[in-house]
Design a protein around this ligand. Structure first.
Ligand SMILES: Nc1ncnc2c1ncn2[C@@H]1O[C@H](COP(=O)(O)OP(=O)(O)O)[C@@H](O)[C@H]1O
Ligand SMILES: [Mg+2]
Length: 273
């Protein structure tokens, strides 16, 4: 049974320290919910674990069992058994989805997969995901709806067969039926013994996949690591108790956010008025 161990991880993005000493572990067979207010470092943690070059590890380590992943490339981490389903999957015009998926399968397995075997796998997986097969034959994510992009991330997960999968807001953009379909897939893979680290703001997905533990990140640090009952509490009452019970003040998203969205500009403008 493989265990992913994160020890005292410090991560900088664009020269700014976002993660300030994160330690936890997750083993195959566990499903861990990762919670925390917007902009506090959840996606940064996933990207750093997966080895995204923009997320610079300045201190600490990442191990999968005895293998030190801290300085390995993303594809080496994928080969070791990690997977990341992205919050915002990129559109890649000109790269056919199925070609990309097949290249990814070949890159993470010992031997090359035959065309017949690959299409059989792809056909079964798209059926299980209730995904139209033509999405596999189009350019990767180009013109896909939000929900189709998320389903395509789960399709990759099914084909790549990792030991530990990180899913970043995989339910955003999915309608109720699609959340159920995705949860069914996760539950099946869980039953096969895979580990899941799941970010979501919604209790609905967690109700369906039943995490065994919950971790809360605030201000780039883990402030709670414990019982999954935390999920219900946060869903019902928000993060205020972190302040009142733990004495940790929650830095505001507005002051942390570097990325500017039209929405937040509009909000700022309306606040000024
Ligand atoms: N690629 C990036 N470029 C610039 N800033 C980033 C980038 N990724 C994350 N950040 C910043 O790091 C902080 C944490 O972001 P993130 O990890 O995405 O938060 P969460 O997933 O918890 O909502 C935010 O202030 C965000 O603007
Ligand atoms: Mg995020």
């Amino acid at each position: 049974m493989a265990t992913l161990k994160i020890n005292d991880l410090h991560v900088q993005v664009e020269g700014k320290e976002i993660l300030k000493g994160v330690s936890f572990s997750i083993s195959e067979g566990e499903t861990v919910a990762l919670l925390g207010p917007n902009g506090h470092g959840k996606s940064t943690l996933f990207n750093a674990i997966m080895g995204h070059p923009r997320y610079k590890i300045t201190q600490g380590s990442i191990y999968l069992d005895d293998l030190d992943l801290t300085n390995l490339s993303t594809d080496e981490r994928a080969r070791a058994g990690l997977f990341l389903g992205l919050q915002n999957p990129a559109e890649v015009p000109g790269v056919i989805n199925s070609d990309f998926l097949r290249a990814a399968v070949n890159a993470t397995s010992e031997e090359r997969i035959s065309t017949y075997k690959f299409y059989k796998l792809l056909d079964n997986a798209t059926k299980e995901l209730k995904m139209p097969f033509d999405l596999a034959t189009r350019s990767l994510n180009e013109g896909f709806s939000g929900g189709e992009k998320k389903r395509n991330e789960i399709l990759q997960l099914m084909l790549l067969n990792p030991k530990i999968a990180m899913l970043d807001e995989i339910d955003s953009g999915l309608d109720v039926d699609a959340i159920q379909t995705v949860a069914d897939v996760i539950n099946k893979l869980e039953a096969q013994g895979k580990g899941f680290l799941v970010i979501s703001h919604y209790a609905r997905l967690f109700d369906l996949i039943k995490p065994t533990r919950a971790i809360v990140i605030v201000n780039g640090k883990i402030v709670l690591d414990g019982d999954p009952s935390l999920i219900k509490r946060i869903d019902q009452t928000g993060y205020e108790f972190i302040k009142t019970e733990l004495g940790i003040s929650i830095e505001k998203e507005e002051s942390k956010m570097n990325e500017v969205s039209i929405g937040s500009c509009a909000v700022r403008e309306s606040i000024k008025k």
